[in-house]
Design a binder for this molecule. Structure first.
Ligand code: ADP
Length: 497
């Protein structure tokens, strides 16, 4: 079969368009700018090759200038697309060199054709320029292969060699011929060049596709590895959060046990004060009952007036009520261990607890000063737990006066106040103050310097108060005593607790 040069050039164009089109279709779903640039540039080169094949059927200007320009653009685009494989290493200087080289080539080519009318020299320049430029395919392939062993990289090196060597041979052939009558005239160097073009175009397209897929594969593997790490991490987090939940539940249970334990420990001391406190209303009840009884048994002359009997009855009922309250408060406080939320008046809570503490204060010769805020202070929460907090502060205030502490009057001041939306209870004693060795860590568990102390009360008090969105603080000094302040939000809204 005999093929003329123009037909083989058409075939090159066919190979250009088919291969670049095939890659475009194959990699379409990646929506990659690099693929678009590579394929579009290949098509532009294909179009240039068509124009180069039909000299005589198109204006000479189109053959000489437009075809060259398209060739330059197509080649520039494909080389830029290949260089993108070397990113993120900066490629700007390479892009700049391509542009300068192509512009310079176009300028010299146009000069040779239009000014010098030197077609032979222009043909040598054309082949020589691309022989040198296409060597960059080889360099890019080598760099890709060096970065990560890559068959695509190696194929690109071969494509580069094929372009450069065969175009080099063609340049040499043209140079040796010394003149050119017809650029399509068949010659051995023309055949080498055409063969080299087929090989190089095919290899470069396979290489482009192969490198692209290798990189995608590596990305996929990295994503899979990252996914595995993330899955493992999220499993760990899940396990830890389960453990944390268990720990929190355990902590809640321990606090509940401690609260019960603390209550039981406080109960012994309270029994004595209870008996004492109950004594007073019970004696009054007894006296009033006797008075009423005598009114019914004595003569009408000594009989009490109806008004006096009514008064005695009212007193009797009041004392009965008071005795009931004295019993009810510890029963509420020490009964059960479960949370029960309610809305209550803080002043009332203070009064209820003080009923239990007064006797003990009296026995220790401690005066109680009570300054309650004139309005009710509505708080929401677990009343029995907050009663425990206040009782603990009162117990500590009571213990703040050791038997050796004789100087002056012993006073405990209990105060409730309202600051904006915050209710404040403070308990101030003029006792010995908090020992400096434990003052810094007073709210930690098991901090005590009492012989029978547990060192739980203040830790528990802070836990309870903070769970009620409040705070507890103290100021102390060795000669003036100690003030504990508890702040709680004033609200009748049910709180998240
Ligand atoms: P406990 O009373 O069982 O020791 P707390 O946690 O209630 O446990 O108190 C811890 C320690 O804080 C007490 O042992 C005491 O030394 C000190 N403390 C608390 N309140 C006062 C106070 N008002 N005056 C002096 N020391 C106090």
């Amino acid at each position: 079969m005999r093929l003329d040069t123009q037909t083989t050039i058409f075939m090159i164009c066919f190979v250009y368009v088919m291969l670049h089109g095939a890659i475009w279709l194959a990699l379409q779903e990646y929506r990659s700018h690099q693929v678009k640039l590579w394929c579009a540039s290949g098509m532009v080169s294909g179009l240039a090759v068509i124009l180069l094949a039909i000299r005589g059927q198109i204006p000479e200007f189109v053959f000489m200038f437009v075809a060259q320009l398209l060739m330059v653009l197509g080649n520039w685009g494909r080389m830029v697309a290949l260089r993108m494989y070397l990113l993120p290493q900066p490629q700007n200087s390479a892009y700049r060199s391509y542009t300068i080289a192509n512009v310079a080539y176009m300028a010299v080519f146009c000069y040779l054709i239009y000014v010098q009318q030197a077609e032979w020299e222009a043909l040598m320049l054309f082949n020589g320029f691309y022989a040198v430029l296409c060597f960059d395919y080889f360099r890019i392939g080598a760099k890709v292969n060096r970065r990560e062993a890559s068959l695509g990289g190696r194929l690109l090196m071969w494509a580069g060699l094929s372009f450069s060597i065969t175009l080099g041979i063609r340049t040499l052939g043209v140079w040796m011929a010394g003149t050119i009558d017809d650029i399509y005239s068949p010659s051995w160097h023309q055949a080498v060049m055409v063969f080299g073009q087929f090989t190089a175009i095919t290899l470069s397209n396979i290489a482009f596709l192969r490198i692209f897929l290798e990189i995608e594969e590596r990305k996929k593997m990295t994503t899979i590895r990252e996914l595995a790490v993330t899955t493992e991490r999220s499993e760990n987090v899940h396990q830890n959060s389960l453990k944390l939940q268990e720990l929190l539940q355990e902590r809640e249970e321990i606090i509940r046990q401690l609260a019960l334990f603390n209550k039981t420990a406080g109960m012994g001391a309270l029994v004595a004060s209870l008996a004492h406190e109950l004594n007073q209303p019970l004696t009054a009840i007894q006296l009033n009952a006797e008075l009423i009884d005598s009114a019914f048994t004595q003569d009408s002359a000594d009989a009490l007036s109806d008004a006096s009997i009514k008064e005695a009855m009212v007193d009797l009922m009041k004392d009965n009520q008071r005795a009931a309250t004295i019993i009810k408060t510890p029963r509420n406080m020490f009964g059960g261990g479960r949370k029960s939320l309610s809305s209550f008046d803080l002043n009332e809570l203070v009064n209820d607890v003080l009923l239990l503490c007064k006797a003990r204060l009296g026995r220790n010769l401690i005066d109680l000063e009570l300054n309650l805020h004139p309005q009710p202070l509505h708080c929401t929460g677990d009343k029995s737990q907050l009663q425990q907090v206040f009782l603990n502060l009162m117990t500590n205030a009571n213990d703040a006066f050791p038997s050796s502490h004789t100087s002056g009057k012993r006073v405990v001041v209990v105060r409730t106040e309202l600051h904006n939306d915050t209710a404040v209870i403070s308990v101030t004693d003029n006792g010995m103050g908090i020992s400096p060795d434990i003052a810094g860590s007073l709210f930690e568990l098991l901090r005590t310097n009492k012989i029978e102390g547990m060192g739980v009360g203040l830790w528990l008090s802070r836990t309870i108060v903070e769970a009620h969105q409040g705070a507890i603080h103290f100021v102390t000094s060795a000669d003036k005593g100690t003030t504990f302040t508890v702040t709680l939000p004033v609200t009748t809204e049910p709180m998240v607790y």
